[in-house]
Design a protein around this ligand. Structure first.
Ligand code: HMG
Ligand code: MG
Length: 335
């Protein structure tokens, strides 16, 4: 991939829908994943295998997987908090290989995401253990997933502030990220869970973590509570980070981060990185078929369709009885 390629990891079906007050039926979740794939997103986080007592909204992930139409080039990830979650993923994958399921395609899981935090208080609230206990619990999970030929991605939550213990020291993020890399994570996604970050604080956090790992092994996962997520992405791009987690329609939040809103909207990130090229020579916005040669976008997000993303963001928001928070999505639909 060229140095201006930016990978978008769509987390709306997981981070977005885990935070909805009412469970969403699996066929709708799978439809969301399929629409996002058709819009050109190639990295998709589709659900989680966590305790349904803790996050009832993610209970139907096995059914969601069975309903996805997998795209050959795409990666499909699920969140896993412990060995029980991974065992369930492996059981589903093994079942699809048994002779009596020959007619069915295997469920599309190519990757698991393991998650911990930069503070004990958040790790306790989210996973009922301290950070070091969670790392000890996750190491064998990562090993077993790698043995099963699954990719493993790691998350560090609360990189800026913790809702329970306040400001976070960037050295803590670096230490936790190092352990996740040592376990075999190909990438560590840095979660500004509360959305408190600004370009200055994100830069300070990244400068510390970059002592540990190259920018291309890090991802930014910025919730947009204060409207700074897009600015934070550009701060991270300047420091060499090339992967960002985004959420169509701006869906999401974390049930253990009170008041935090969703991730930065996928549509807004796509627009900010490439949108100028959608203005045709006549100055008419969104003439997608007649891109102006003068306005070649600096960043390449792959064959992603902003119109299809905007429609998907509006579609799922309507189902959830809310409005999309994506500015670019709304602007496209109102054109
Ligand atoms: P616990 O209560 O300490 O664990 O929870 P336990 O082993 O005592 O299990 C409790 C019950 O859950 C038992 O059931 C287990 O069988 C069951 P019971 O006997 O009471 O009927 N259980 C499971 N069921 C299904 N799948 C499993 C599983 N594990 C246990 N994998 C635990 C510990 C880690 C399980 C729990 O705290 C948990 O599931 N936490 C997940 C929380 C979560 O999903 N949070 C949101 C995702 S993280 C996030 O949003 C942040 C991120 O976006 C980045 C950012 O923004 O910062 C990634
Ligand atoms: Mg999140």
């Amino acid at each position: 991939r060229s140095s201006n390629y930016v990978r978008l990891v769509e987390v709306g079906p997981r981070d977005g829908l885990q935070n909805e007050p009412h469970p969403i039926p699996p066929p709708i979740k799978a439809d969301l994943v399929n629409r996002l794939g058709q819009a050109g997103i190639q990295s998709l986080e589709v659900g989680s295998f966590v305790s349904p007592r803790w996050i009832p909204q993610m209970a139907g992930t096995a059914e969601v997987l069975a309903l996805i139409d997998p795209l050959p080039m795409a990666d499909y990830a699920v969140l896993v908090p412990n060995m029980k979650g991974l065992d369930e993923v492996l059981r589903i994958l093994a079942a699809s290989k048994s002779p009596d399921s020959a007619a069915k395609p295997p469920p599309p899981v190519t990757e698991i995401a393991i998650f911990t935090a930069a503070t004990d208080a958040f790790a306790q609230a989210n996973t009922n253990v301290t950070v070091s206990e969670s790392l000890a619990r996750l190491a064998p999970v990562a090993r077993a997933a790698l043995d099963a030929k699954l990719k493993v991605r790691g998350y560090v939550s609360v990189i800026i502030t913790c809702p329970y213990s306040g400001r976070v020291d960037p050295k803590r993020i670096r230490d936790v990220a190092r352990e996740l890399f040592q376990m075999g994570c190909y990438e560590v996604s840095l979660g500004d869970t509360t959305g408190a970050g600004t370009p200055a604080s994100i830069r300070a956090a990244l400068e510390e973590v970059l002592k540990e790992a190259d920018g291309h092994r890090l991802a930014g996962h910025f919730h947009d509570t204060n409207g700074t997520a897009l600015a934070n992405i550009f701060a991270a791009l300047e420091l060499g980070v090339r992967t960002f987690d985004t959420s169509v329609g701006g869906l999401g939040g974390c049930p253990y981060s009170p008041g935090a809103t969703g991730n930065v909207a996928t549509e807004d990130v796509v627009y900010a990185l490439t949108g100028e090229s959608l203005y045709g020579d006549s100055g008419e916005p969104y003439s997608v078929d007649s891109q102006s040669p003068d306005l070649k976008a600096k960043w390449d997000v792959g064959p992603v369709s902003l119109p299809l993303l905007a429609e998907t963001g509006a579609w799922i928001s309507e189902i959830l009885g809310r409005e999309t928070t994506s500015r670019a999505g709304r602007a496209y639909l109102a054109r």
